[in-house]
Design a binder for this molecule. Sequence first.
Ligand SMILES: [Zn+2]
Length: 267
Amino acid sequence: MSVKEDMEMGIKTITWVAAGLVLSLVLSACKSVPITGRQQFLIISESEEIDLGLTAYRKTLEEETLSTDAEKVAMVKRVGGRIAAVSGRSDYQWAFNLIEKDVPNAWALPGGKVAIYTGILKYTQSETGLAVVMGHEVAHALARHGGERMSTGMMTQVGVQGISLLLGQGDPQTTQAVQQAFGIGSQVGIMLPFSRHHESEADEIGLHLMAKAGYDPREASAFWKRMGQGGGKKPPEFMSTHPSDKSRVLRIEALLPKVLPIYEKNR
Ligand SMILES: [Zn+2]
């Protein structure tokens, strides 16, 4: 074999090995979403995701003020507790916080760390309304939408080699990336809206969760209608990341025949 042929063989081998590595990575990275069963692509493990979520959680709580309204705090913990109890994740270290801030926002991090902002309570109006938001946010965490978003982000931005670098613990850039992936806090950077597909999926899983927890799922379309009307001059944060349009309400209403029997059984 000539030197040239030898080199060509070498390059071919490297190409095949690389292709094989990518393929095995992709295959090992396919998981399925609870309730909807959709196949998703994840290159970070759930425990890595939970660790990252915990760092982002602590950092976010340091920056925010917790509500001292005992009655509302108790309501958030009660609704959260009921949704968590039917989530199928008793292994999570659940925590439900009410943050004193006049923005209509809420989030849930992997591992079960949840926060509701006081500004969204004027749209939720009741405990059932709060269960809509709670179910939806918990669904984003259960379905690992943030992890999925980080996975595609990592693949496109840094490539396979950069993953271990990007997963460095405690690094402020990593914390910020996690906060963004889960749609937290305006002061930490640009809010990334979840894709339309993730939103629909969180709505669907959220409806199942609230119905199973004994909350009337019909309240979901009423809540999103209120959100759609409450824009004002500047669109509220939750609204800009969770656009409430007619098609969303219609999709939710189309799911009701499936979830109402679950509610009837658990009310
Ligand atoms: Zn959402």
